[in-house]
Design a protein. Structure first.
Length: 145
């Protein structure tokens, strides 16, 4: 399954591995992951900033559910935001499922911008529940920007 359960170790490793695939376009990045064990819910909170050679930045904020299966911790993304921007100018595009509010037809959607910081009239664009992007797709889209 495209966005199914994965071992927590591999779930976290994939971020670093994917970024290495784009060495040359990605200049630097920060990464933090915090495991939070609560009474009714266990999560891993992920925050990243990815700095690219074309003066753009990707900010990643994710929350993944964590569960124990046998002796292995598994993770599955619940909430995400991939925000591509030009620092000092504004957003270029953003994918998220933060919440549905007026103007959002589906939980998963993409915000598009005419110019950095000025959102298009047809934004947000709905995305099917199983078609929202992985990090490498965000990097590739920004490379085309």
């Amino acid at each position: 399954m495209r966005h199914g359960w994965n071992s927590l170790e591999d779930y976290l490793y994939q971020y670093h591995r994917r970024l290495e695939d784009y060495f040359g376009f990605i200049e630097d990045y920060t990464f933090s992951a915090e495991l939070v064990f609560e009474y009714e819910r266990n999560i891993v909170s992920i925050n990243m900033e990815i700095f690219c050679t074309n003066k753009t930045k990707i900010t990643v904020v994710k929350t993944a559910a964590v569960k124990l299966q046998g002796n292995k911790l598994l993770a599955k993304t619940e909430d995400y935001s991939y925000n591509a921007s030009i620092p000092g100018e504004g957003d270029v595009f953003r994918y998220d499922n933060a919440y549905i509010h007026n103007g959002h037809k589906t939980k998963h959607h993409k915000h598009t911008f005419q110019i950095p910081g000025i959102e298009d009239n047809n934004s947000p664009i709905p995305i099917d529940d199983d078609k929202w992007p992985h990090l490498h797709q965000i990097v590739e889209e920004l490379m085309q920007y």
